[in-house]
Design a protein. Structure first.
Length: 228
């Protein structure tokens, strides 16, 4: 089963596109609950300069959809705080852990750093999918540094970043993520020469030398204290 944490950026810079983003999120939640594993569940957070838990893990669509309707755009962006705080509820859940964030890419008001957010996601064994809605295609009007940080976080957890425009592209992005999550292989192993619970980060590399036609997407490593 999937435990999917959804983070939606409600900072002032998202005002123009927030209505479209919540609409696409609602479609994604509908597909997640109605078409997948009967134990799949989602939690929902919004974030601007504050991080707000809208719904803890649930399969009740009406609760999730009702939480999306009143959202308003205002204030700054505490993206790293949102990632960091949302992982605590993921850690002990059975099955696969996923974080999906819809944002315009920047972080302006977090107390946590990028390294804190990445460490928290890795310790929660969560795959991270940032959806960066980019209304401006010119690099001069975008937060390239913020986008690069999100790409790095995605790659380190086995996820990938998306850059759709609002409308049909955003809907297709959510559909791509759901399809990817439902067509994964789970590979487990017992490491040699590693003390259980040592708390260190251990690098992992997966190679398929005889299958160049396949794209590998996997986390870059794990912390011994939460390995399983």
């Amino acid at each position: 089963p999937l435990s999917v944490t959804l983070l939606i950026d409600t900072s002032g810079s998202t005002a123009k596109d927030l209505k479209y983003e919540t609409g696409s999120l609602a479609k994604f939640l509908n597909a997640l609950v109605r078409e997948g594993n009967p134990e799949d569940a989602a939690s929902l957070y919004s974030f601007n300069d504050q991080v707000t838990l809208l719904n803890s893990f649930t399969r009740r669509l009406t609760r999730l959809e009702d939480s999306l309707k009143p959202l308003k755009a205002d204030s700054g962006t505490s993206l790293y705080d949102a990632i960091y705080l949302s992982t605590s509820a993921l850690r002990d859940r059975e099955g696969r852990h996923v974080i999906v964030v819809v944002t315009d890419g920047g972080d302006t008001t977090s107390t946590k750093k990028f390294s804190d957010a990445r460490s928290a996601a890795q310790k929660a064994d969560a795959i991270f999918f940032p959806i960066v809605v980019v209304p401006i295609t010119n690099p001069a009007g975008r937060n390239i540094g913020g986008e690069h940080a999100l790409e790095t976080l995605a790659v380190s957890t086995g996820g990938r970043a998306f850059y759709p425009t609002v409308g049909p592209e955003l809907d297709l992005t959510f559909a791509d993520i759901l399809r990817e999550l439902r067509t994964q292989y789970l590979i487990g192993f017992y490491p040699r020469g590693v003390s259980a619970g040592d708390g260190k980060f251990h690098t992992v590399r997966l190679e398929l030398p005889k299958r160049k036609d396949l794209r590998i997407s996997t986390r870059t490593g794990y912390y011994g204290v939460v390995s399983r």
